[in-house]
Design a protein around this ligand. Structure first.
Ligand SMILES: Nc1ncnc2c1ncn2[C@@H]1O[C@H](COP(=O)(O)OP(=O)(O)O)[C@@H](O)[C@H]1O
Ligand SMILES: [Mg+2]
Length: 588
């Protein structure tokens, strides 16, 4: 155990073998793991998924609009006008489409890792996201898990692990917090908190990120450097492993990693597939030759066409039979990417890389004349498990827990921004400045004169507009910032949108109340406004109601535009309009 810990504590990525050791003991239940703490490292486990999944995709085609339409008023009017015109003329006009996937067919058995390779733009992301039910582009063909589940079924989608190309993580949370909150949200509510923490630590060790568990994820938004890119990727993979899915789909998990780390990750995926009988599909961009040797199944794509699907070791021979012989000593992965890009691999063709379509036609013709048969594809498969429907009923966290977790998580995520010296400093500096400028201007005697009274009116106006401006502009960021995370978790059906809304709003209430209360108190005392409890409470109430209204307005604008620049301009215009017509400047 000591040795295991030592290797984890070091900065190096863990040896691939480590993951094997961790996973060898699958099947040991949680209790046993806890009862033998001395042997934790070696008896750690990843429980086997309950139902092995057989994935079959048949004749999958995908289409996207051929022209990008800028969303907005003009294009909407144009669309409506076109629809009306086609209705009047009786002709249905079909918007031009571009086909980006062409009849992709194949099966993936449990325990297999399928690597999807292809040049960029060949449709890897589109295909994997279709398999995960995360792509809403028009598509035809059939994608079925165990002959019965479509990835778009809501209940089933929850069981599909999907790691997207971009890391969607909370930058202000630590690695442990990130995984722990996901565990609370996604693991069955019947599981105890201790077991969930246990599961998180197992995942941390399996993925070799236990040594950074207390570091923050970090990023541009929080303005701090945190864990490295490879570690982020592993955190993202960990989030999906937590709830132990039978199917894991990954989009370029190795991009941006050095080849050793990438190799480790692929190795871990292999172990997970073999030991846990999981079905794993991952896209890989430019694998090193060592990674290529480790792949067992390869799905090669070129411009949306399936060029090869079968044992990776058989690919070289197969392409040789159709006239694409790999030059000696080349990395097969590089060669296949060249072939898929439309380059025949001949040295004399080096300058012809741009000639894509004719080359692809030649290649597709050769493929059609001599198709590759993947052994095992025709095997019957009956993986149906009668208990499956019961498994599906396993529920995640209760509604209240969901709200609570979302609230705490977002408070923690934004601790660096909201409690930063500049954010709080600005507010209190302005409060003290106001106090000094209007020093004791609110005492009774002053109010008797017209100038004195207008001084106090100006002070109250400034107090309210400053605080509500401040709140409006902080709350604009609430939804746009968490949009990607919200979309990701909503796609996985982790919580209903209302839980997110209430949880997220609750997270802001303490600070949104505390700042106006403190600022008002400072200004109230320094300017010597009416010293009665009644007057003070009344002022406070007006300030708070105005602030909450401004905050809600900010949330609304942020949610409506989801684009920070536009939201900010709209908010400024709206606030200035309200200020102008509020009765202080324009009186009529
Ligand atoms: N929603 C979409 N709208 C328009 N074009 C799309 C859309 N999704 C994918 N594409 C196009 O489909 C092709 C394949 O994209 P993608 O699957 O992202 O490729 P890869 O992941 O292999 O790099 C690209 O040419 C891309 O421009
Ligand atoms: Mg991609």
């Amino acid at each position: 155990m000591a040795e295991g810990r030592k290797s984890l504590a070091s900065d190096e990525p863990p040896a691939a073998e480590h993951a094997v050791v961790e996973l060898q003991d699958v099947g040991v239940d949680l209790k046993a793991a806890r009862e033998a703490p001395a042997n934790r490292s070696s008896s750690s486990f990843m429980p086997k998924p309950k139902v092995p999944m057989h994935l079959a995709f048949n004749d999958v085609c995908c289409y996207v609009p051929a022209m990008f339409q800028i969303p907005g008023f003009v294009s909407t009017v144009k669309k409506v006008a076109e629809a009306c015109a086609s209705r009047v003329s009786g002709k249905r006009e079909v918007a031009p489409e571009r086909q980006i996937l062409h009849s992709i067919t194949g099966v993936v058995n449990p325990g297999e890792v399928v690597a999807i390779m292809g040049p960029s733009g060949s449709g890897k992301t589109t295909f994997v996201s279709l398999l995960a039910g995360r792509n809403h582009a028009r598509h035809t063909g059939e994608i079925l898990y165990n002959d019965q589940h479509k990835p778009t079924d809501k209940a089933f989608k929850r069981q599909l692990g999907y790691v997207s190309q971009e890391d969607v993580l909370f930058e202000g949370l630590t690695v442990f917090e990130t995984l722990y909150y996901t565990a609370v949200l996604r693991l069955p509510r019947a599981m105890t908190d201790k077991d969930k923490r246990e599961r998180v630590s197992i995942i941390l060790e399996v993925l070799g990120i236990a040594h950074v568990k207390d570091s923050i994820v970090g990023g541009i938004r929080v303005g701090r450097r945190g864990i490295s890119g490879g570690e982020k990727k592993r955190v993202a993979v960990g989030q999906e492993l937590l709830y132990n899915p039978s199917v894991i789909l990954l989009d370029e998990p190795t991009s941006g990693l050095d080849s050793t780390t990438a190799l480790n990750l692929i190795h871990t995926l292999h172990t997970l597939a073999q030991v846990g009988n999981r079905t794993i599909v991952t896209t890989i961009h430019q694998p090193s030759s060592r990674i290529y040797q480790m792949l067992d199944k390869l799905l090669l794509m070129g411009q949306g066409h399936l060029l090869f699907y079968g044992d990776a070791s058989a690919a070289t021979d197969y392409f040789a039979t159709i006239g694409y012989t790999m030059p000696y000593g080349m990395n097969p992965a590089d060669y296949f990417l060249d072939v898929a890009s439309g380059w025949s691999g001949e040295a004399k063709d080096c300058g012809k890389l741009v000639v894509r379509d004719p080359q692809l036609k030649v290649l597709l013709g050769a493929l059609a004349a001599n198709p590759h048969r993947r052994p095992g594809d025709d095997l019957g498969h009956t993986m149906k498990n009668p208990k499956e429907s019961e498994e599906e009923k396993l529920q995640g966290a209760s509604y209240v827990t969901q709200m609570y977790v979302i609230c705490v998580r977002s408070m923690k995520d934004r601790r660096f921004e909201r409690f930063s010296v500049d954010a709080l400093g600005t507010v209190f500096f302005m409060a003290v400045l106001c106090g000094i400028l209007w020093w004791q201007k609110g005492v009774g005697a002053n109010l008797a004169t017209v100038t004195g009274a207008s001084d106090v009116a100006a002070l109250l106006f400034f107090l309210i507009s400053f605080l509500s401006f401040n709140l409006l502009f902080t709350s604009i960021f609430t939804f746009p910032n968490e949009k990607t995370m919200l979309l990701k978790e909503r796609e996985a059906g982790v919580y209903p949108i209302s839980a997110f809304f209430f949880g997220r709003t609750m997270a802001d209430i303490p600070l949104d109340t505390l700042i106006p209360v403190t600022v008002t108190t400072i200004i109230y005392v320094m300017t010597g406004l009416k010293p009665t409890v009644e007057a003070f409470l009344l002022t406070m109430m007006v300030v708070l109601i105005t602030c909450f209204t401004a905050g809600s307005l900010g949330l609304l604008i942020g949610a409506a535009f989801l684009n920070l620049k536009r939201a900010q301009s709209v908010a400024t215009i709206l606030m200035l309009t309200i200020m102008l017509t509020g009765g202080f400047f324009v009186r009529d």
